[in-house]
Ligand binder design. Structure first.
Ligand SMILES: [Zn+2]
Ligand SMILES: [Zn+2]
Length: 331
């Protein structure tokens, strides 16, 4: 079968692999759609995961069950499914508290174990979620949306009148649409790119060009503020936007060694909730429910549906502008 393989740090290729063998408790999935994520590029360059090369990347994918191993009872051949990539140990301190996404030895399909940028993959039954008749490309958004919902679960959205997401990339837009789906009436996206802001408006969201004056006029007026840029200076500025009693969510991936300056007095006196969120913690079923309600706008985020060879060059080279969510489309 054809697959993208990360052979070693920074080196990838399109390869012919043996069909993966099925074992007890495992399910073989024929990939239908697999989203490309910044994490895939971080894995290639050793910035995420444990660099267990060779590995097939791709952790945002849907497909059809082809064959099930012994002892598999919840799915059968022909089922349309999506994969929850996280593999947790089940017995470390975080796992015992139900925080599977924070497992001390967290592994994942497409990160430490072969994933979705291949014609087929073998996945544990525990990582399979049926999607019914949902289109495969939409279902492949369930993983990034699951990360978004894990983040929203860490803040208080009840009673929030407005939200601002900084960063109009695919994950920022999924976040903004999910905040709207969660009942926040006024959701805005801030970015420095006019082209992206034009696109934001087509999704029914407010678009705000990032400029010192505009941001100053919004001072202390936003109930939910989310960073989706991973730029430390942007994160620092969010504390000016958040209203008293509001929430600041750190959702973008800042460099591990970066530091920002914040006022602990401010957080105390203005009762600001500061939250972080990593990956997803069994949020796929909830994500599928949100996609059933708000999938029309969310599906617009998919800008490219490409064969594996084109995905390989996306992972390898400089990325042209104008793309949102890029997906491998097998059929
Ligand atoms: Zn991802
Ligand atoms: Zn664990």
């Amino acid at each position: 079968m054809k697959a993208i393989v990360y052979n070693s740090l920074g080196s990838l290729g399109l390869s012919d692999l043996e069909m993966p063998a099925l074992a007890s408790g495992m399910v073989r999935v024929k990939t239908a759609a697999c989203g490309l994520c910044h994490t895939d590029i971080d894995v290639l360059h050793g910035r995420y995961g444990n660099s267990s090369f060779p590995v097939v990347p791709g952790h945002e994918y849907s497909g059809i069950v082809e064959e099930v191993g012994e002892a598999v009872t919840s799915v059968s051949a022909g089922d349309r499914v999506v994969v929850d990539p996280n593999i947790s140990c089940g017995h470390c301190r975080a796992c015992r508290r139900g925080l599977r996404n924070l497992c001390e030895t967290l592994q994942a399909y497409g990160v430490t174990t072969n994933g979705g940028f291949a014609e087929h993959s073998v996945v544990s039954e525990a990582n399979i979620v049926p999607i019914g008749d949902m289109p495969f490309n939409l279902a492949a958004l369930a993983e990034p949306l699951g990360c978004v919902l894990n983040g929203i679960g860490e803040i208080e959205t009840k009673g929030a009148a407005n939200a601002v997401v900084v960063g109009a990339g695919p994950i920022g837009l999924l976040m903004a649409l999910a905040l709207k789906d969660a009942g926040i009436p006024d959701v805005s996206v801030v970015d420095i790119d006019e082209g992206r802001l034009d696109f934001v408006r087509t999704l029914g969201l407010n678009a705000i060009l990032s400029a010192p004056d505009t941001l100053a006029s919004m001072e202390r007026s936003v109930d939910v503020v989310v960073d989706a840029t991973g730029v430390p200076a942007v994160v620092e500025g969010l504390f000016n936007l958040v209203a008293n009693g509001g929430n600041v969510l750190f959702f973008g991936v800042c460099p591990p060694d970066s530091r920002i300056s914040i006022s602990p007095f401010d957080i105390f006196r203005r009762q600001i909730r500061v939250a972080g969120a990593h990956s997803l913690n069994h949020n796929i079923p909830e994500a599928l429910a949100v996609l059933r309600r708000s999938g029309e706008a969310m599906s617009k985020i998919i800008s490219h549906e490409l064969p594996l060879s084109d995905i390989a060059s996306y992972l390898d080279g400089p990325h042209g502008g104008g793309s949102m969510k890029v997906q491998y489309k097998a059929f």
